[in-house]
Design a binder for this molecule. Structure first.
Ligand code: ZN
Length: 251
């Protein structure tokens, strides 16, 4: 899971979302459940709100079609972070909309929602908080673990099925590919081949499970880096700490 910055929306879309929220607010509370489903499926909403919101989410995702929960490149739905069945008033609330794959949205997350006991959710919202504070990704294993003492980390791994099926194996492969790409990037730099350097950065940034890449970049500058990268070739840590490469990722 990658920290994502949520931009402001174009004024027209922002106004449309607000108008729909006001319409929902004017609906009697007991009727909101059915009404929200009808509104969400309304053809004009699909065309003028869903489609541009989907586009805005695609642009802010940390990779091409990357699911904001699991990081695969199969994101094809607009997800409501707080399910619309739980809070109809957040159906058209921009900060509540995320880009997700069907597996995370429907199969795993569905209507599951749990409060953190205060005012927030136990599920990590990568657009409003830093997942790195709750989740620790093993680079070689591709397995997520909750940071010690983080119920949010534990709940997010469970609800989004972050370690389910092939996901860890694909992340482990991504880590191997990343090492190869960084070395290729360094060779291209030595040869003055700017075009290939850019190509490699594009590939690293946009590959599925780019969370591996971002986790490696974060871990490389942590106090624990010597221990974490002890089993890797020494050039890997050097490359992850390379200022020019890091600047390409805006980290
Ligand atoms: Zn997903």
């Amino acid at each position: 899971m990658i920290r994502i910055v949520r931009p402001r929306l174009p004024t027209e879309l922002e106004a449309s979302l607000l108008a729909l929220t006001q319409e929902m607010a004017g609906t009697p509370v007991l009727e909101r459940g059915d009404h929200t489903e009808r509104m969400w499926k309304r053809p004009s909403v699909r065309r003028d709100v869903y489609a541009p919101a989907f586009k805005a989410l695609e642009a802010m995702a940390a990779g091409e079609d990357c699911c904001m929960y699991c990081g695969n490149h199969l994101a094809d739905t607009v997800d409501h972070f707080v399910p619309k069945s739980r809070c109809a008033l957040r159906t058209f609330y921009w900060p509540n909309l995320l880009l997700a794959c069907s597996t995370c949205n429907t199969r795993f997350k569905g209507n599951k929602h749990r409060s953190d006991g205060f005012v927030g959710s136990l599920l990590i919202d990568p657009t409003s908080e830093d997942p790195f504070e709750h989740l620790d990704l093993g680079l070689a294993s591709g397995v997520y673990r909750a940071v010690e003492g983080s119920p949010k980390g534990k709940w997010t791994i469970e609800v989004c099925g972050l370690n389910d099926g092939k996901r860890p194996r694909v992340r482990a492969r991504t880590w191997t590919n990343l090492a190869d790409d960084m070395r290729e990037w360094a060779r291209s730099r030595a040869a003055g081949d700017l075009k290939n350097m850019n190509r490699k950065v594009y590939r690293m940034r946009n590959q599925p499970f780019a969370d591996v890449c971002y986790a490696a970049l974060r871990k490389a500058v942590s106090d624990e880096a010597p221990r974490i990268f002890a089993d890797e070739e020494p050039d890997i840590l050097e490359l992850l700490r390379d200022e020019e490469l890091r600047a390409s990722f805006q980290v």
